[in-house]
Design a protein around this ligand. Structure first.
Ligand code: ATP
Ligand code: MG
Length: 398
């Protein structure tokens, strides 16, 4: 797929919040339907197709159970417009997307005026169709208040490499899991090339997040459970793949489909991000409830954090969605940079700071364990951040 425009790589990214797969009925001429064969877009997983030329009546019979109807309309075929109007009158609660070859502006306007939810071109373009369906579904379910609540998703992002994002992310997942039953927190290693979250958590199993992204129509809760690696901390890990591939080699829609699936089955989803910034990462971040930017009290880290915050802002991510976490904070009387300086320099409050606990953090990682202990400042600091995030989410849901 193409994403964004050349002048600004991230400018045309849609908001993916609330996207969900519903039952999609599609009625179109055989030759248009044929071109849909082999589509394995998770957003179109609920597609049910009926072949019918524009004037033919519908034979479905189970229209009451569908969430959205995609119907071909032929401008020169009045019967096709009547068919659409009849369906609309009989099922006013089902949004209709009209599929038209060579639509004139006048026809599009007339259809929208008559209550059609959206219009797509023929022959079908997978991206256009999936996008329209997702948006219409999100709109109607928001209207009916039926959207299945997706679990909060928090992405942990670095300011600079090595600033401690993975340490914060894994311990945050552990803190969120601590108060819960097993298998309620999912940790996804999106450092696809070099990620080591599974090792840090001694998570056992062999599957990776890429197996889910490549599953196509087989993507479901059973496959998800099979790929999830369990860990002693209670966190389920969706590990980075074994082999290294180009970072761009990720389908954004599939990744979002996978994350939505996780968010329907877990209570919390934590993402560990790599240092590099890719298109798919930006796309995905738009759907995150919180982005934790891990910074250190150093000029290079603050400088890079500033640039990243600007980037997030430029693609429309709200400032309130991004939280600062200051890592490796030393208890010292005199410092060149204080937490207040960080907040002032970056123009937003600090959600929490995390103590420097060398060499305990890296020693625990080497053993494949999370650091524990009520008296360990690193542990209590991350737990405080987890509690603050939970408070924010509870406040939003109140
Ligand atoms: N607060 C801390 N106290 C002591 N050691 C820390 C702390 N935070 C991180 N470390 C150590 O610093 C090293 C780098 O941390 P980590 O791997 O979490 O960073 P990262 O930002 O994910 O880096 P990468 O660029 O490799 O993804 C690790 O050895 C980790 O144990
Ligand atoms: Mg890392």
């Amino acid at each position: 797929m193409t994403m964004g425009r050349a002048d600004h790589p991230f400018s045309a990214l849609p908001n993916t919040r609330g996207g969900q797969v519903g039952a999609i009925a599609l009625v179109a001429s055989p030759h248009f339907v044929r071109e849909l064969n082999g589509i394995d877009d998770p957003r179109l997983a609920g597609l049910r197709v009926q072949e019918a030329v524009p004037g033919d009546p519908l034979t479905g019979g189970s229209e009451d159970t569908i969430d959205v109807m995609v119907m071909e309309v032929a401008p020169g075929e009045p019967a096709s417009l009547e068919r659409l109007s009849r369906f609309h009158a009989r099922h006013p609660q089902v949004p209709v997307i009209a599929a038209i070859h060579d639509a004139s502006l006048a026809l599009v306007r007339r259809l929208l005026h008559e209550g059609v939810a959206d219009v797509v071109g023929l022959p079908f373009d997978r991206e256009e169709l999936a996008g329209a369906v997702t948006q219409v579904l999100a709109r109607t379910s928001a209207r009916h208040g039926e959207t299945q609540r997706l679990a909060p998703m928090v992405a942990v992002m670095q300011s600079v490499g090595g600033c401690g994002a993975t340490s914060v992310a894994t311990h945050l997942a552990g803190a969120l899991a601590a108060e819960r039953r097993a298998r309620e927190v999912a940790m996804v290693d999106l450092d696809l090339q070099f990620g080591g979250v599974a090792q840090c958590l001694s998570a056992t199993g062999s599957g990776s997040i890429r197996d889910l992204m490549e599953a196509g129509n087989r993507l479901d809760a059973d496959l998800m459970a099979a790929i999830a690696r369990t860990s002693p901390s209670g966190v389920d890990v969706f590990a980075a793949p074994e082999d290294i591939r180009a970072l761009e080699d990720v389908s954004t829609e599939r990744l979002i489909g996978v994350l939505d699936l996780l968010r329907r089955h877990y209570r919390h989803v934590v993402l560990d991000l790599p240092a590099s910034i890719t298109n798919w990462q930006m796309f995905m971040l738009m759907g995150a409830d919180a982005i934790l930017m891990v910074v250190e009290m150093s000029i290079p880290s603050l400088h890079q954090a500033r640039r990243r915050l600007d980037l997030l802002h430029s693609i429309g991510i709200a400032p309130g969605q991004v939280h600062l976490v200051v890592n490796r904070v030393e208890r010292r009387l005199f410092r060149t940079i204080s937490l207040d300086d960080v907040a002032r320099t970056l123009g937003r409050p600090v959600l929490g700071s995390v103590a420097l606990e060398a060499p305990l953090v890296s020693a625990a990682q080497d053993r494949g364990e999370l650091l524990t202990g009520r008296r360990n400042r690193f542990v209590t600091d991350v737990a405080t951040i987890a509690a603050r995030l939970t408070d924010i989410w509870q406040g939003e849901n109140a």
